[in-house]
Design a protein around this ligand. Sequence first.
Ligand code: UDP
Length: 192
Amino acid sequence: TMRADILGVKVDRESMAETVLKIRKAVEEQRPIQVVTANPELIYATGRDVRLKQLINSAEVVTPDGVGVVWAAKRLGHPVAERVTGIDLIEALFPIAAEQAWGVFFLGSQPGVAEKAAEKVAEKHPGFRWQAAHGYFSREEEPALLEQIREFKPDLLLIGLGAPRQEFWMFSHLDLNTVSIGVGGSFDALAG
Ligand code: UDP
C-alpha cells in the first residue's frame, strides 16, 4: 500500500496487527529493520532538517503515532488504519517476545528506569531474555554500550532516547544489525 505523505514524511497505513506481524517477520528472518513511531513533534522537526526526513523515509516501518497524524493522513486523502504508538506497539510485541524467547534490549531513560520497565514486563510476560541501559551515556561511554548490545545480540532493540535523538542514534548504528524501534518515553510509562 502507498504510504501517507505528511509534510514529506511517508507514514505507513497499516493497522497495529499488520505492523506487529511485519516486525515479527523481520525478527524471525533476522532482517535488521528500523521502526520509527512518527509523532507530530518528530514530523514537525523534519521541516527544519532534511536529513532527518530522509532517515525517517528510509525506515522500513514508519507508524502514525498520534491522533494528529491520523487526522492529517485522512485530510490528505491517504487515511491510515489506526494510530500506532510506540508504547502500544511494544506492548503488543512483548507476548510474542516471551513466547519466542527473544532477546530484548531496553536502551534509554534515566538510570534504573529501563531495568525497572524490563523487570515489570518480564514479570507479566516471562520467557524473553533482556538487558537494559540508561540513555544518558557520554561519547566516551558509548563504545562500551555498543559492545554490550553487540554481545547480547538482541532480537529487538528498543530505543527510548526521545525524538529525534533516538532516530539519529538508530541510523548511526545500523551495524548493530537488529530490529530497532524508537520508543520515546515508553520505559517511563512501563516502569511507573
Ligand atoms: N532520554 C534519554 N537520553 C537523553 C534524553 C532523553 O534517555 O539524552 C529519555 C528520557 O529520559 C525519556 C525519553 O528519552 O525517557 C524521552 O521521552 P519524551 O516523552 O520526552 O520523548 P518522546 O516520547 O516525545 O519522544
